[in-house]
Design a protein around this ligand. Structure first.
Ligand SMILES: Nc1ncnc2c1ncn2[C@@H]1O[C@H](COP(=O)(O)OP(=O)(O)OP(=O)(O)O)[C@@H](O)[C@H]1O
Ligand SMILES: CC(=O)C(=O)O
Ligand SMILES: [K+]
Ligand SMILES: [Mg+2]
Length: 568
């Protein structure tokens, strides 16, 4: 038999400080909770509230549990609302690969370290991954590791100089797939054998999305003889694309999404225990499913992120987002395949779709490009970063700025400050967009989880609670809360290490590793004690508690929570 309660008498007296101001809205919030519709399905809803108690002796055992030291410091300094919600990803390269440099990035708020498998050796990557794991275990950080596959891209393999070479207007160049020793002037080696296939005289060869442009004069076997018609620089690994009558000549469809090298890198990632694999040049959902299936046969809970960086991936965006565990808006390569002026709107569309479908999304490439060389960003770069934050991207990524730049740590602090500022502004200006209308859940339990999280987020904002606590094994509830972008931070307690590491990428979620029991009251007591013992919660603070774990007994005096129970 179904039961439905929204028992406001359980709110303790005296009321927590934050509730005193908003208590009249508690009854209002009851109206917006639509659980009575689910009554017949056998659900119980239970609303309660309480004051957090002072530290106890028992809490000591939780002090060593997994809570990121940087988040902890930020929380102590700035309070719950001051916590940064937007997550930060740093590409690790030669400029930041020592233990000390990685420590500085971790201290600077790096949530995820990205390793681009296009560069360097496996030994180098292994060394970096192990250093990050050591930082986590010895220094109390919680930095996830992402590898990014090389994918099959067409780029400059060698242009005969260690750095850039200039292509002058009217100069004649050979683009070849032939491998040769030494340097041949005006000759560029391309990375892919089938590079010239299907290419005709008159086609345009565009370097790095417009850095330089050549006209194909003649095709000689696998070689192309070209004339430079728009002068510019040829950088190492510059990206190459072909255009005919103003349209991109799609060459990606000829190439496999995962090459033999990529599979070998994936095996490496599995054996090193990485948390994310970002797939370059994803063409469709099949490619993502293929890798996900492979990982599940290996019993690995590594998350698969699809990189949107080709025209083709934009055509199949929805199925790719559905299939993946998250998305990267890889604006570098995307800018090679679509006109640059389309990037801002495409970015916003991708972010919105990801939020609708509840997948975390990273905005990547050239966020602070000038900081590779200079210690301050341009105003335009800060505006770009702020715009991605305003659009509610889950994460921002540094590429060359951290990998090879001279001011990686400073670039990270620019991301940190710009995100915090924009988050505050969005909140103050009440730009909080409403709960996403798109309904995700198909099964009843999924629908319930989604509705609880939507309502909990709204309640959290209306009541002005200090934090949301969520108890979750696989991260689903935490992610559904994050999807609503609520004002208070979401503390996600999980007993799965892989869930903790995956949640690192999600907007506003602070993942914490604890032992969870089936006894919810016990879990709640333990975890509030943990946070309290770290002096991060104080008397009078209010938290909203959400869980998908069924409580075994009722102790309504120690928390303010929203719980749903399915009675079988
Ligand atoms: N592990 C590394 N070793 C050496 N250089 C690196 C490494 N990682 C990145 N870099 C350098 O930093 C620059 C930017 O890095 P990033 O990996 O973001 O390149 P990208 O071209 O944007 O990515 P992708 O190849 O996935 O499109 C690269 O051009 C490269 O010079
Ligand atoms: C990050 C990446 O792969 C790109 O921007 O192309
Ligand atoms: K890559
Ligand atoms: Mg790319």
């Amino acid at each position: 038999m179904a039961s439905f309660t929204a028992d406001l008498s359980l709110i303790p007296k005296p009321l927590p400080k934050t509730l005193r101001k908003t208590i009249s809205r508690v009854s209002l919030s009851r109206k917006i909770v639509p659980f009575n519709r689910l009554k017949a399905k056998g659900l119980t809803m239970h609303v309660a509230s309480a004051v957090i108690e002072p530290k106890t002796e028992e809490t000591e055992e939780f002090l060593s549990l997994g809570f990121d030291v940087v988040t902890e410091a930020e929380l102590t300094e700035k309070g719950f609302l001051g916590l940064r919600k937007t997550k930060l990803v740093c590409t690790v390269g030669p400029a930041c690969c020592s233990y000390e440099e990685l420590w500085k990035l971790a201290m600077g708020g790096m949530n995820v370290a990205r390793l681009n498998m296009c560069h360097n050796t496996k030994e180098w990557h292994q060394d970096v991954i192990r250093k990050i794991k050591k930082l986590n275990s010895e220094q109390g950080f919680c930095v996830s590791v992402m590898i990014d596959t090389e994918g099959s891209q067409i780029h400059v393999a060698d242009h005969g100089a260690p750095s850039s070479v200039k292509a002058e207007d009217g100069s004649i160049w050979f683009f070849t797939t032939e491998q040769f020793e030494g340097c041949r002037p005006f000759t560029v080696q391309a990375s892919y054998e089938g590079f010239a296939e299907g290419i005709k005289e008159g086609d345009e060869l565009v370097v790095d999305g417009g850095m330089a442009t050549f006209k194909v004069i003649e095709r000689i076997g696998n070689d192309l003889r070209c004339e430079c018609i728009d002068p510019g620089l040829l950088l190492p690994r510059a990206k190459l694309s072909f255009w005919r009558d103003g349209k991109l000549v799609d060459k990606h469809h000829e190439l496999p999404t995962l090459s033999t090298k990529d599979w070998s890198d994936i095996e490496f990632g599995i054996s090193e225990g990485v948390d994310f694999i970002a797939m370059s040049f994803v063409k469709d959902a099949d490619a993502v499913n293929h890798l996900k299936n492979y990982l599940s046969t290996k019993n690995k809970s590594i998350k698969v992120l699809a990189k949107i960086e080709s025209l083709e991936s934009l055509h199949k965006l929805e199925e790719i987002v559905e299939a993946s565990d998250g998305i990267m808006v890889a604006r570098g390569d995307l800018g090679v395949e679509i006109p640059l002026e389309q990037i801002p709107t495409v970015q916003e569309d991708i972010i919105n779709l990801c939020r609708q479908l509840n997948k975390p999304v990273i905005v990547a490439s050239q966020l602070l490009e000038s900081m590779i060389e200079y210690p301050t960003p341009t105003r335009a770069e800060v505006a770009d970063v702020s715009e991605a934050v305003r659009q509610y991207a889950d994460a921002l990524m540094l590429s060359g700025e951290s990998a090879v730049g001279s001011f990686g740590e400073k670039a990270l602090s620019v991301l940190r400050m710009a995100s915090s500022r924009m988050e505050l502004w969005s909140r103050e200006e009440n730009h909080q967009s409403s709960v996403p209308q798109h309904k995700l859940g198909i099964s009843l339990p999924d629908q319930i989880a989604e509705q609880i999280c939507n309502c909990a987020s709204q309640m959290a904002n209306n009541l002005g609670v200090d934090a949301v606590f969520v108890y979750t094994r696989h991260g689903q509830m935490a992610s559904l809360l994050s999807r609503n972008r609520p004002n208070p931070p979401i503390f996600a307690f999980t007993d799965e290490k892989s869930t903790q590491m995956a949640l690192n990428l999600q907007w506003g979620v602070m993942p914490i590793l604890v032992d969870l029991s089936d006894d919810m009251d016990d879990n709640i007591t333990k975890t509030t004690d943990l946070i309290k013992a770290k002096a991060m919660l104080k008397e009078g603070d209010a938290v909203l508690i959400v869980s998908d774990v069924i409580p075994t007994r009722s102790t309504p005096t120690v928390y303010q929570s929203l719980q749903v129970k399915i009675i079988s």
